[in-house]
Design a binder for this molecule. Structure first.
Ligand code: BGC
Length: 921
């Protein structure tokens, strides 16, 4: 086996373990769970047949070979039985009430109509089974937020009635939440099920992971990565959330538990970090001492119950209020034990750097504006298994204020607003308001003052990027050969589905024109997304547990191992960069993309992202940390201005990214669709240059989100303003369909002419891009240096998907006959053709075929575009006569598309297949 061999069985095992370890048990009365050997379970809820492996949109579109849902996994269990009579009732109802997929991008409803459950059905089920499982499902995704309405954040009346009815008939009713992110939980009290388990969206092995927990093979050991408050209005971000134009982050750094534990403890139903086990643990701090600038803690965890299990120890800091004001708890460290047998114990050691507990002074109130400071006073550390119950473990005293890091004001807001500040003492605080400090630096001057030099173009001196790679040439000499026009092309990424890279992926970057390739610059490939590789042509890939589920494992090592496999899978598919991890903060539970992201806490978020990057890095591939930053609302995402204080940015919204850069060594970042403090992030110099590169030392590339906007201060965002983008050091505009032809009509060349951007700035981006390319597998692929062994393993691993690896594209004009010589029309045969549409518009397909059989013979041919069936031509026998049929294929806005043909019966003879443009856009 080669160095990059991907062991699929191990991959499945790790994903299953992660799905199991992410499950969070919130309630378990009457020993409801686990289901015991020999028992029969009744499964309620329509979602038993349509397990949500992930949410929708780019964070969910993975073509899997299979998805094991909870019911599938339970049916495969040898030692328990499923009440099949009840399953039959649901199956029949679902056949009459098919799953509503919605139409178009992001249009799948967040929930499905539930089957009304009558007492008779529940009573009958209770007679023949020992316990009930009720599955509730929710999806979510891009472009829409969750709503505080039934069927979205709230349960519907039918769902609540179902839980009530089942709970009346069964002493043991466990509600399983197959959801992407936390939902309202008030119903637990009203409907009174005896157990509640969040199983999240666990990817294609999710059902198996859930079954491991349900049967007790794995004792639940997941912990909430968010606080569940009594009501959605209780979240401190509730007031402005959902505004289409402006979102004021008035809660400042008091996000999630930082707010609730400081000033609204009674609003919490389930605290951050909470999750039950089937066993019990005693957690005691045995050592607390200072060693220089660090605090060392030793915590003994003993399994005092009757079953084996793991526990997560969490350490929270309680700093002095000082002049800045601080949350009463902030997560400072966490670790998970190994499996502990009854009476087994483990000592976990923690080393916490005091520096990590510092706060950012954005106003100068401490006398140290733009610095991280440890204000004087006592810093308490609390240890436990959730934020609320963590108990005092020790404190260190900071005698005098210490500056731990001196920075410069960056990305401060320009819109006046008031932010929260706690006032009080002990553990009784309330929130008051203070004016957030506004920007005081001249951004334009800062940019001008730091402009890089602009060396002139030397013309082609025959230096290739490979020469730089091999150490024979200097990067600067290499770059100097590129003309301004070449540089304008290199900052354009191509996609979706660029033919220069793996079919069906989101984008190509680097060598996107012939000239750039002539200089030996390869085209790197990037593909969505956080839950696995998305290849829209239909290539299969592994679907992983979602971000929230992974965060709830609180298990960095496991996530790293899982993402090492993901990294190998990327490599196998010739994808260099994953467009993930998604790591925005769960500021409000209603954000439609929370399922892709990890947590309300930046430390947990950063650690999870770093673990993923380290894992992928072991395979030579990497991820793209996204969306940088402040992408906390889907509605109006390319317009709504996020108004955030510099302190909240640095301590909350940027902190996870900082950890991912410093610990995870991120190579690539994606900016967002929208503006933060008045600047669309893809053109935000302070975000992408001052903070990301100068302060954190990031030396990778930054790409825009797909078709994002940029602006000049005070102006509206515009997808064409790449002059502002390059100036800010957002290196790649994603995406255009043809970089050479400048199909995005960007203004890079005009910007160069009028001085809005410079050759030096373009060279800087070209350098960032080339440096990253040299650190990814594409460089060796381009230079033909991939070992025979790896190539063989790639082909073997791809199986039937190998046909996608080297797909060629046929050009299609207004009326074009396709080359169909590669199609076999034998029963069960299928073939994929790549097409390049020369015009945007509505196309139809015209098929001329014949079949020698008689009229009653059915010979269906299905056409799939980009993996979805669009037409089935059912040709009846034609007695050997040629017939022509037409059907609409739909609208196409991008040139590269995939078409798959499937033949249901033998006997069709194809004369011609034409694609005809019916309406041009
Ligand atoms: C999403 C990104 C994604 C990109 C490419 C955008 O709609 O916001 O997260 O990576 O599309 O598919």
């Amino acid at each position: 086996m080669g160095k990059y061999y991907l062991d699929m069985e191990e991959y499945k095992r790790l994903a299953r373990q992660a799905a199991a370890e992410g499950c969070v048990l919130l309630k378990n009365e009457n020993n409801t769970l686990p289901v015991r050997e020999g028992e029969t379970v009744s499964v309620f809820g329509r979602i038993q047949f349509t397990y949500y492996k992930s949410g929708t949109g780019s964070g969910g579109l993975v073509n899997t070979r299979y998805v094991t849902g909870i019911l599938d996994a339970l049916r495969a269990e040898g030692s328990i039985r499923v009440n099949e009579e009840l399953a039959g009732v649901y199956e029949a109802w679902c056949a009459e009430h098919p799953f509503d997929k919605g139409k178009g991008w992001g249009q799948e409803p967040w929930s499905q109509e539930e089957m009304p459950l009558d007492d008779k059905t529940a009573a009958r089920a209770a007679q023949v089974s020992d316990a009930a499982l009720v599955i509730i499902g929710r999806t979510a995704g891009e472009d829409q937020d969750t709503k505080a309405e039934p069927g979205s954040y709230l349960l519907t009346d039918k769902e609540k009635a179902m839980i009530r009815t089942v709970s009346r008939h069964f002493a043991r009713t466990a509600v399983l939440l197959n959801v992407g992110n936390i939902i309202d939980m008030k119903w637990v009290e009203d409907c009174a099920p005896s157990a509640v388990l969040y199983v999240w969206q666990g990817g294609m092995e999710g059902g198996n992971g859930a079954a491991d927990v349900l049967t007790g093979r794995v004792s639940p050991c997941g912990k909430l990565s968010d606080t569940i408050a009594a009501s959605i209005e209780d979240y401190p971000s509730a007031a402005g959330f959902g505004d289409p134009y402006e979102n004021i982050y008035a809660e400042d750094i008091y996000v999630g538990y930082r707010y609730f534990e400081t000033a609204a403890r009674d609003k919490v139903l389930y605290p951050f970090g909470f999750g039950l086990s089937y066993t019990e643990f005693a957690v005691t701090t045995e050592g607390f001492r200072e060693e220089g600038e660090d605090i060392l803690l030793q915590v003994r965890v003993k399994n005092t119950g009757d079953l084996a299990g793991k526990e997560v120890v969490q350490v929270y800091a309680n700093p002095p209020q000082g002049r800045l004001g601080k949350p009463l708890r902030s997560l400072a460290a966490f670790r998970k034990t190994e499996v502990l047998q009854p009476d087994g114990e483990e000592i976990l050691s923690f080393r916490i750097s005091k520096k990590e507990l510092a706060s950012y002074d954005d106003s100068g109130v401490t006398g140290h504006k733009s610095c991280y400071v440890l204000e004087e006073g006592s810093y308490g550390l609390y240890v436990g298994t959730d934020v609320r119950s963590a108990s005092f473990a020790g404190a260190f005293v900071q005698e005098t204020l210490t500056v731990t890091e001196r920075l410069e004001e960056a990305l401060a807001p320009v819109t006046p607003f008031c932010r929260m500040k706690p006032v009080g003492e002990g553990d009784s605080f309330c929130m008051q308001e203070e004016a957030a400090p506004l920007r005081s630096v001249d951004l334009a001057q800062r940019i001008l003052g730091n402009r890089p030099a602009s060396p002139v173009c030397t013309g082609d001196r025959g230096i290739l990027l490979g020469d730089v790679y091999d150490g024979r040439a200097d990067m600067e000499d290499f770059l100097a050969q590129l003309t301004d026009e070449d540089l304008a092309c290199i900052v354009r990424g191509e996609g979706m589905c660029s033919p220069k890279v793996t079919p069906g992926t989101a984008g190509a970057f680097g060598g996107v024109t012939d000239r750039l390739q002539h200089f030996g610059i390869p085209a790197g490939c990037c593909a969505d997304g956080p839950s696995g590789i998305r290849m829209d042509c239909g290539t299969h890939a592994f679907s992983l547990p979602n971000g929230t589920s992974l965060a709830c494992t609180f298990h960095e090592e496991l996530v790293e191992k899982l993402f090492e496999k993901e990294g190998l899978e990327l490599r196998r598919n010739r994808v260099d960069l994953l467009l993930g991890p998604g790591m925005n903060i769960h500021r409000n539970p209603l954000n439609g993309r929370n399922f892709e992201y990890f947590s309300e806490d930046p430390y947990l978020t950063g650690k999870m992202a770093a673990a993923q990057l380290k894992g992928m890095g072991k395979a030579g591939t990497s991820g793209t940390i996204k969306h940088f930053a402040g992408n906390n609302q889907e509605y109006s995402r390319n317009l709504a201005n996020a108004v955030i204080s510099e302190r909240a940015l640095r301590e909350i919204y940027l902190k996870g990214f900082e950890i991912a850069v410093k610990e995870g060594k991120a190579l690539s970042a994606m900016s967002t669709y929208g503006p933060v403090n008045g600047l669309w992030t893809a053109g935000s110099y302070d975000l992408l240059t001052t903070i990301l590169r100068k302060e954190w030392g990031f030396d990778g590339l930054v790409m825009t989100d797909w078709w994002a906007k940029m602006n000049e201060e005070g102006e509206e965002g515009d997808t064409r303003n790449t002059a502002a983008m390059v100036r800010a050091q957002n290196d790649l505009y994603m995406v255009v369909s043809d970089a050479q032809a400048n199909t995005g009509e960007d203004n890079t060349m005009e910007g160069l002419a009028d001085g809005r951007t410079t050759r030096g700035e373009l060279l800087r981006s070209a350098r960032n891009i080339c440096r990253v390319l040299m650190r990814l597998p594409v460089m060796d692929r381009f230079l033909d240096r991939i070992s025979e062994e790896e190539l063989r393993e790639q082909r073997e691993g791809a199986g039937e998907d190998a046909r996608f690896l080297d797909l060629v594209y046929q050009e299609v004009g207004r009326d074009t006959a396709l080359d169909i010589s590669s199609l076999s029309t034998e029963k069960g045969a299928s073939a994929v053709l790549g097409v390049k549409l020369l015009h945007k518009g509505v196309y139809a397909m015209q098929v001329t075929a014949r079949c020698s059989a008689g009229e009653l013979a059915q010979v269906p041919m299905s056409v799939f575009m980009n993996h979805g069936v669009v037409i089935t031509f059912t040709m009846n026998g034609t007695d050997g006569e040629w017939v022509t049929r037409s059907a609409d294929l739909g609208e196409f806005r991008f040139p590269h598309q995939y078409m798959k043909f499937y033949f249901g019966q033998s006997g069709l003879e194809l004369g011609e297949i034409r694609m005809i443009l019916k309406e041009e856009f």
